[in-house]
Design a protein around this ligand. Structure first.
Ligand SMILES: [Zn+2]
Ligand SMILES: [Zn+2]
Length: 641
């Protein structure tokens, strides 16, 4: 008789299953750990006397994860028959696990306030990787010799068996703090702690501290009305601050605290944050050792939050906290949450490197990422960690800045690869499908089982001579232009002098006078609207295609009617949702399929996503699960072109 414990796990990443295996080794219990495409299954001998202790202990060892879902257990006479996913040994780039965190704050450990504390299953590993295969000799840690304690530990500590990046204060990376006059090197536990303490106090006193982290240089500061740039990220030092300052649902709260520590844009709640950031803000919970230790000391100064900007080493700051180890930082990953759906919007961290299935002799390149075969395994990672390889063919995203020089070089469009990535993730390659790719511009696609065709391409938008185009749109439009000029002379003037190649969202943001003149700005504004929709924004005139000028005209007439900006921004996305909801069923009827694929970052918007669920919900539209929905899925999708 077996005792079976299953936990839902919606990713192909293996660090959680590996951590369970390591913990079982540590507890000397016999368990089979299997990972399938959607769960981790542990099979125990029912009568094992260590079972109870193991199950009690695992709660404090396993981190919260974006990918973990509900657990269940049952007894069975037979072992479950399952198809396991391929195991991979790829460097992760997430926060420290609970055990490693405990060590960092335990004054008796060799890693008290040591920011590079990590194990086989956690921490900032990828930033140290220079090339594959992932072993110490191929990381920037190769210059440091592990001390005797670390060498011993790599043989005995179940969580760090053969850990390539093993190090401690004794043998690891030394950090130093510099101001304009002096330099302090941290040599022992006391120094390490002191360094973070001094940094936190400086920030609390209004100073700027530039710090090298696993994710590149960050300039930390206490946000004030005088200085809180919209591009900065709010760093919650104390998780109890989340609910008093931000408007979040439980899924958002859990995601921010997960070991993956993604970036998430959320609506603001407290007056003090509203004054600093307006209606919404990009939020982060400490995601690497440096940031985490700083945050702990920030709490000790009495602050609940600070902020940071991602920047270069040479920006101005009062203090610099630095170390000499060269690092390869990854683009941070933004997620989007709507009820129980989590989408990766953009970025590299958390999702890459990724191991994928491919039986083609093909290298793909897109957005500085490449899919390359290493020891017969296809790995997607940053271009710079791969050596030159020989390949039969090279597929490269159009406009990609990469000298391939291959005889069989193919260029491909973003939307094609994005759609194929989704179809591949859902095992639908070779079957007819309708696609919508919405990334600033809106395209309706058709996949005939062989190739992706742009069925209703976006109508190009030209922002020059804008007023002339609006004036002649339809009867009465000239009156609107005159009224607009009287009421909003400054905006009128700006729109009269636009550069030619701006996208419709930029122009809309200018029209509405938003601070962030981009698609992000409109999206952020929409987030603060909490009412129900209902405003119809005109999206088309001729032959049912989206008409940019009709769209702008409609917005302007609502503006003249004193409609609030956040209501308008919300309605913009809702109207796009309605438009997509009308076109897709027409295409479905024409080509006889019920498979609908959605790609593009614009879908990561609450009002649009909600509307799409309503209009296209009956088709259960497919989106990426293991890759970002917009750009970075292309390197994967190109394997199927
Ligand atoms: Zn760990
Ligand atoms: Zn050591």
């Amino acid at each position: 008789m077996y005792f079976i414990f299953e936990i839902a796990f919606s990713s192909n990443k293996s660090y959680i299953a590996e951590l369970i295996r390591a913990y079982a080794t540590q507890e000397q219990i016999v368990v089979e750990v299997l990972q399938t495409t959607d769960k981790i299954v542990m099979t125990f001998n029912k009568d094992d006397e260590k079972l109870e202790k193991f199950l009690l202990g695992i709660d404090s060892v396993l981190p919260a994860s974006l990918f973990l879902g509900k657990g269940k257990h049952y007894f069975s006479d037979e072992k479950p028959k399952l198809m396991p996913v391929a195991k991979s040994n790829l460097p992760v780039n997430i926060a420290p696990c609970p055990t490693c965190q405990k060590e960092m704050f335990d004054v008796s450990s060799r890693r008290y306030y040591y920011p590079f504390t990590s194990c086989n299953h956690c921490g900032s590993q990828h930033p140290f990787l220079s090339k594959y295969p992932y072993e110490r000799a191929n990381t920037t840690m190769k210059f440091l010799m592990p001390c005797t304690d670390c060498t011993e530990e790599a043989k005995n500590n179940a969580l760090r068996i053969d850990y390539p990046l093993i190090s401690c204060i004794e043998c690891g990376i030394s950090i130093r703090m510099l101001d304009k006059e002096s330099e302090h090197l941290a040599l022992n536990k006391g120094d390490f702690r002191k360094l973070f303490e001094v940094s936190a106090r400086a920030i609390a006193a209004g100073k700027k501290v530039l710090m090298k982290t696993a994710h590149g240089y960050r300039r930390f500061f206490k946000p004030t009305v005088a200085y809180s740039p919209a591009t900065s990220t709010l760093l919650m030092a104390d998780s109890s601050g989340f609910n008093s300052h931000l408007m979040m649902v439980i899924q958002e709260f859990n995601a921010l605290l997960s070991i993956e520590r993604p970036l998430l844009r959320v609506a603001t709640k407290s007056d003090e944050i509203k004054v600093l950031y307006g209606s919404s803000v990009l939020v982060k919970y400490p995601d690497d050792g440096m940031t985490m230790l700083l945050a702990r000391e920030v709490i000790n100064t009495g602050l609940e939050y600070i902020a940071y900007e991602t920047c270069d080493k040479d920006v101005d700051a009062d203090f610099l906290v630095d170390f000499d180890m060269p690092l390869n930082s990854q683009k941070d990953t933004k997620i989007f949450i709507n009820q129980d759906t989590k989408l990766f919007v953009s970025g590299e961290r958390i999702l890459f490197p990724a191991q994928v299935q491919s039986n083609k002799d093909r290298v793909t390149v897109a957005h500085d990422l490449a899919c390359v075969k290493v020891d017969d395994k296809s790995i997607i990672d940053s271009l710079e960690v791969f050596d030159a390889v020989s390949t039969e063919e090279l597929y490269m995203l159009e406009g990609e800045d990469f000298e391939g020089g291959h005889a069989r070089e193919h260029s491909f469009e973003q939307y094609k690869a994005s759609m194929m990535s989704v179809l591949a993730e859902h095992h639908k390659v070779g079957q007819k499908a309708i696609g919508v790719h919405f990334d600033g511009t809106l395209n309706f696609l058709y996949y005939n089982g062989k190739q992706v065709i742009n069925a209703v391409p976006a109508i190009p938008f030209e922002s020059d001579n804008l007023w002339e185009k609006i004036r002649t749109l339809r009867e009465g439009s000239d009156r609107l232009v005159e009224n607009y000029k009287k009421l909003y002379p400054e905006i009128w003037e700006r729109l009269d002098n636009l550069e030619g190649d701006m996208d419709i969202f930029e122009v809309t943001a200018i029209t509405l006078g938003l601070e962030d003149e981009s698609f992000e700005g409109i999206s952020a504004e929409a987030l603060s609207f909490l009412g129900k929709g209902g405003l119809q924004i005109d999206t088309r005139v001729k032959d049912n295609r989206f008409d940019n000028y009709a769209f702008l005209t409609s917005i302007m007439s609502y503006q003249l009617g004193d409609v609030e900006n956040n209501f308008m921004c919300y309605s913009i996305y809702e109207s796009f949702g309605d438009y997509i909801g009308e076109i897709v069923p027409q295409l479905i009827k024409k080509v006889n399929t019920r498979t609908v694929v959605l790609t593009g970052e614009t879908f990561a918007n609450q009002s649009l996503y909600g509307r799409i669920q309503r209009t296209l919900g009956q088709y259960s539209p497919l989106m990426n699960k293991n890759f970002p929905i917009g750009k970075e899925n292309a390197v994967h999708g190109a394997l199927y072109l």
